[in-house]
Ligand binder design. Sequence first.
Ligand SMILES: Cc1ncc(C[n+]2csc(CCOP(=O)(O)OP(=O)(O)O)c2C)c(N)n1
Length: 366
Amino acid sequence: MINSKKVIELLKKNKTNFFTGVPDSILRELSSILQKKNKKNHIIAANEGAAVSIGIGNYLATKKIPAIYMQNSGLSNALNPLISIAHQKVYSIPLILIIGWRGSPKIKDEPQHEVKGEITEKILNLLNIKYTILRSESDLAKFDKQIKLAKKNKSIIACLIEQGTLEKIKKKTYRKKDNQLDKEVFLKNLLKNFQPKTRVISSTGYTSREIIYLRNKYQFKNSKDFYMVGGMGHTSSVALGYSLSKKNETICIDGDGSLLMHLGSIKTAGTFANKNFKYILLNNNCHDSVGGQTTHANNIDFKKLSKSLGFEKFYQIKNEKNMQKIIKNFLSKKSLNFLEVKINNSKIKQLPRPSNLVKIKNKFID
Ligand SMILES: Cc1ncc(C[n+]2csc(CCOP(=O)(O)OP(=O)(O)O)c2C)c(N)n1
């Protein structure tokens, strides 16, 4: 195991004092230290391509090598600026990538992570990125050598960190409560209002798993779901694509982290969606499922934003007062509707995970 502070110390010794990235559950200890200590030098980016680009900008300004952290699923988001800007054969900009390695061959994980986990090293090799697998503190010496080489050669290097490698920090630094409405209460009331033909497309994070939990708990068999187990940020696009070719009410249930990851997509929905597309944002102002790092989404005026993006009606739920009425109006009004629900973090312990994804897809399509 490795103490996250040791990783940060190593980076600082190499004059790296700028950190940016997208949170990941494997790296939550690392981001919790960064969040506490490095307010000015730590930027939580909307997506991994943006994180790499912020790092590139930082290098141009400081000539120091920045550190960019991400989950390996986000490595694909990062590929464009890594290849087309930072690569040694393009601008040759040195970067340190810290990658949470979900689905590493040694550790059993969910299908979407196993697919990416298996090819993560191959992707790095294709890009000619040297990397160290950090399993214990003794691996830090090898990583140190690679950092020094990256600085000299102006190249990109990476480290891969598997589930359970970083020592747990006892104190939870995030998890402050921004909102009061219980997520379970809202979702339960929403689910029971669906018609048999309703189709739900729900985002990465806890939401899909909470829906599965509530369907089991209350035996809600009405309507069908498609769970975005990966493809973070693409929930509204999948829902848009579906709703354009089907008459069914299509309910997109998104998270604030997911919405912000590819914010442009909601403009596409606002422009092209039909009235059967209904968008729900569960805004808890954080990346709850990977450690509760803030998204700063609480400051966004979604009424103004959604209207200017092409949505006809905006609804907001903050507490249980009038919740039922607002849900019913939102679902029944024949217009392009956007609902923001200001909710609390998930309280359900041990959420289930979707299993047999192909069966879920076939049931959805039927
Ligand atoms: C491309 C990509 N980057 C990062 C992650 C790791 N990740 C999984 S869920 C999540 C947070 C999602 O935040 P939000 O949409 O607000 O949902 P919540 O966690 O609050 O339920 C992150 C960053 C991922 N799955 N995919």
